[in-house]
Design a protein around this ligand. Structure first.
Ligand SMILES: Cc1cc2nc3c(=O)[nH]c(=O)nc-3n(C[C@H](O)[C@H](O)[C@H](O)COP(=O)(O)OP(=O)(O)OC[C@H]3O[C@@H](n4cnc5c(N)ncnc54)[C@H](O)[C@@H]3O)c2cc1C
Length: 574
């Protein structure tokens, strides 16, 4: 069980001022009703009776630790800040806290490990909410090697589960996101992503079975878990009747207190198959062939596109921002103020013997399977004139020295925090950059769409002086679509943050005009992005609101998350 101090260590700490502020945005600012100080104090005393005095945090110093240190609203009246926090240690305590929140109409905001940096950190969406910090529910309830799954509580981090597996020498891998200090549950509920095989790296899809405290204070289990004494809760996802699990991701319909996850059997070997293709437009057949191989499950590992001629590598994140190629002739074309010409780069590539694209495909399994997979992949990619291939296979597990020397361990299922040291935190507009928020639209899995996204979104970002190269790479984590992530800097300068917010909003609108919507975002943009999913007069949002009103009649749970507001906080609400 973490210490009180560890529970509070959420993000960068800074003093908090002014606790009760209504959120701007879609919430009806005039109608926002937050509990008065006396009611809040009564509720905090009731919480303390359940969890103990030490686990209710209301001093400014403690509550400041729940600020989102990557907030683009930092220090502004609209910054989303908590009024207090409460940290239960069991599901029974969570049930009690939820009942008290209903009794006093206290808005609560559950977090697991609260490390959602870039997408909201540990902060609530509605200022004045009480953060329900679940870090002390940190039990690994089961790891089943035979059927390859785990059942965990919200406070279990990727590091915790990895260490548990290593200490017992279980032949299982986890799939982790870039930073390993987050939780399996928090990351999956925000529909986060990882880096091994497709069926594991989509973290929400890799779950099997949930336990949820509903906003009215009822405990519910989904899938087979709805049957008392179920034998297959973690083995059969859908159970019986309508499958509701998705409703608890990117939503505010309950507090998840347990979740099952399918784990990957430890593979015998790891391979990287690399294909080089010479010309800019070869991206189109490259992506088509990649898609066919992936949809046929011949390739299933993470693929990393790079651009050898410029020298940039995989990402979309901060690491992809800086070209590493120092060739002056090439950089003059890349940075041509009249616009970047791929055709001129093609020509110079021929002259200098440099390929335009290369793509690494991660491969897992017995070496003879990797050989066969790669041989099939080569046959397919050979349709592109000039394609060249490389394959490297290493037996697993890797020795410790080799793991320590790796920049990336996440494709081997090993959690790390190295992602925080890969991107440059350069100044923007004269202000020191303290972090990033991620603009993350979903674009079609075609070469043409990648070119178009670069032409439209990349160009727009560069026109505002953001350090985005003429070629940003799509993130292939999800199976049937690309993410085209652009990291926007966060500073502590209000004027600069305001400018970044304007750029972010412009990117959202321009992307929507092209039919590209975001898969996830930071709370400052929940409402704006929800508004772009507007088919048939916002039928989807209205449906979410209908559900919200039914499952959370007092509107106490995570108000505003992903643009879903309870009735009394909606425009015209009472
Ligand atoms: C440099 C960098 C790299 C990153 N790389 C990745 C990456 O590769 N992949 C990726 O997915 N993300 C990435 N992120 C984003 C983020 O850091 C991770 O997704 C992180 O795992 C989320 O934090 P968490 O697990 O602590 O979730 P939390 O912060 O605990 O949860 C996220 C949100 O989910 C909801 N929630 C959480 N728990 C519950 C619950 N029990 N019940 C109800 N609702 C709940 C809350 O609204 C909460 O705000 C990156 C961020 C940075 C800055």
């Amino acid at each position: 069980v973490p210490t009180r101090r560890q529970t509070l260590q959420v993000a960068a700490a800074t003093m908090l001022s002014g606790l009760f502020r209504p959120s701007a945005s879609r919430a009806a600012t005039t109608a926002v009703r937050l509990p008065d100080r006396r009611t809040l104090d009564k509720a905090l005393r009731a919480f303390a009776k359940v969890v103990g005095d030490d686990w209710v945090f209301s001093s400014a110093e403690d509550v400041a630790l729940y600020r989102d240190s990557y907030s683009l609203l930092w220090g502004e009246p609209d910054e989303k800040v908590a009024a207090a926090a409460v940290a239960p240690t069991s599901t029974e305590q969570v049930l009690e806290v939820v009942r008290i929140a209903n009794q006093y109409r206290i808005p609560i905001y559950p977090i697991s490990t609260g490390k959602n940096l870039g997408y909201g950190g540990a902060g609530p969406v509605l200022s004045g909410s009480v953060v329900l910090d679940l870090k002390r529910l940190n039990r690994i309830l089961e790891v089943n090697e035979r059927n390859a799954y785990a059942v965990v509580e919200p406070g279990v981090s990727y590091f915790d589960l990895y260490n548990y597996i290593q200490e017992r020498n279980l032949k299982l891998w986890i799939d982790c996101p870039g930073p390993g200090w987050g939780s399996l549950i928090g990351n999956a509920l925000d529909r986060g992503l990882g880096y091994t095989l497709a069926q594991y790296r989509n973290h929400f899809e890799a779950h099997c079975g949930m336990e949820i405290v509903l906003p009215t204070g009822t405990l519910m289990r989904t899938g087979m878990g709805a049957m008392p004494n179920a034998q297959t809760w973690q083995q059969f996802k859908t159970g019986y009747g309508p499958w509701v699990d998705g409703l608890f991701s990117q939503s505010n319909f309950g507090v998840v207190t347990k979740m099952g996850f399918w784990l990957m059997p430890q593979p015998e070997a790891f391979g990287i198959g690399r294909v080089y293709v010479p010309r800019y437009r070869d991206l189109i057949p490259l992506v088509d062939i990649m898609n066919r191989l992936e949809a046929s499950h011949i390739l299933q590992g993470f693929s990393s596109l790079s651009c050898p001629i410029i020298g940039t590598s995989i990402g979309g994140g901060p690491s992809a921002m800086v070209p590493t190629q120092q060739d002056a002739e090439i950089m003059a074309i890349v940075n041509d103020p009249n616009g970047f010409s791929p055709e001129r780069l093609d020509a110079i590539g021929v002259k200098k013997g440099l390929n335009f694209w290369s793509c690494d495909f991660n491969l897992y399994g017995p070496a003879k399977l990797i050989d066969t997979q790669w041989s099939c992949a080569q046959d397919a990619f050979a349709a592109i004139v000039g394609a060249r291939f490389e394959l490297e296979i290493q037996p697993l597990p890797l020795p410790k020295e080799k793991i320590d020397a790796l920049q990336d361990t996440v494709s081997l299922g090993i959690p790390t925090l190295r992602t925080y040291s890969t991107g440059p935190l350069t100044d923007y507009d004269g202000a020191a950059v303290v972090g990033h928020v991620f603009f993350s639209p979903v674009v079609p899995r075609t070469g043409e769409a990648v070119m178009a996204a670069n032409d439209v979104l990349g160009k727009l970002a560069r026109s505002h002086g953001l350090p985005v190269t003429p070629i940003q790479f799509p993130n292939p984590a999800f199976e049937r679509a690309f993410l085209f992530v652009i990291a926007l800097p966060v500073t502590r300068d209000i004027k600069v943050n305001q400018k970044i917010r304007k750029i972010f909003a412009e990117l959202v609108q321009v992307a929507a005009a092209h039919g590209w919507g975001e898969y996830r975002t930071t709370p400052a943009f929940y409402d704006e992005i929800s508004a772009t999913y507007s088919f048939n007069d916002h039928a989807l949002r209205r449906f979410h609101e209908t559900l919200k009103d039914a499952v959370d009649p007092n509107g106490i749970m995570s108000a505003g998350r992903y643009g879903i507001w309870p009735r009394h906080l909606r425009p015209g609400g009472e």
